[in-house]
Design a protein around this ligand. Sequence first.
Ligand code: C5P
Length: 362
Amino acid sequence: SEITTPPSLWGVPLKHISLVTLAIQNSTLALIMHHSRVSTPPSRAYSAATAVLMTEILKGLVSLVIAYLRVDHSSDGPQTAGLSWASKAKISTFRLRRLSNDIFSQDCWKLSIPAILYVIQNNLQYVAASNLDAATFQVTYQMKILTTAGFSVLLLRRKLCSSQWIALLFLAIGVGIVQIQAGEAQTVPATLAAVADVHTMHRLKGFLAVAAACFTSGLAGVYFEMVLKNTQGDLWVRNVQLSLFSLLPALAPLIFSHASTPAVDWLSALFRNFGLWAWATVAVQVLGGLVTALVIKYSDNILKGFATSLSIVLSFLASVALFHFQMTFTFGLGAGIVLGATWLYNQPPKRAGLLRARDSSF
Ligand code: C5P
């Protein structure tokens, strides 16, 4: 059978680059997002909904440029070198028309489902990051491995071996232990905090947001993988479609919350308090979205879970250094179990390992 070399950059497989980038991106995001939310008093907080919308717009634009550059050049006919400006413009128009045909293809509606789920998830992430410290947020967010496995079995008919089911059980136990960690005292009572205009964290609210985000993460991720691997269509075109379908649900909360704002004041209302940290959060989110798409294409959602659990260690160390986060015994135990479970989950039986070697043409 034909042997295809996997795509690589400077000799390193793109699959490995994307997994490591995702691990670093994940821990950076948890820290920056948490800092951007808790470092200002509530009266000067930026709008999370605006951040979600900006992320989708920027991610969509980057994907659009890449998709345009990747439109099949061979179908242009003669090479463009030495052609007049008029001919070059004609060829560009031709490519744009092809790209728009690809984007508005008959099956583009399939992306509306993960798009809506991801917009909900991305908003929930801000709620979670505002109410949990970065390390706890990261560890509990690992529950998405559980939901991802569930949806992979249900929708992709993926088979899990017994050690993987055991790993999932340990994952749930580990996350449970992290949640009951001691020393979660809230220093200022909520009513007092409102008067004093300081940020307080509501752990239960944070955990509920994470739980809901895990559900959408699993479903959206597996659904996106299903569309990507079971249908034709370029990854970057799929990303543009995903961003396009995200625009309406991302705009909806902004329209409702600013219903009474005069149209001329709209932009300034949307970007109130939108400072450097908010833009940094958006930038890391954009990178995360693009890398996630690459990981889903070149690996799968399950390996993605492994990469993100690596990020727990990174964000934990950074939390200790930057936010004076104190490790309790229970946190260490819980985080250790989560990491061990992730490792166990990714020990594929020999046959499954062979089956996993799938085509990854770019
Ligand atoms: O936590 P999880 O890995 O599910 O997060 C996936 C993130 O990647 C979401 O923020 C989602 O919006 C983004 N994403 C993307 N493009 C894809 C797939 C996911 O921007 N094709």
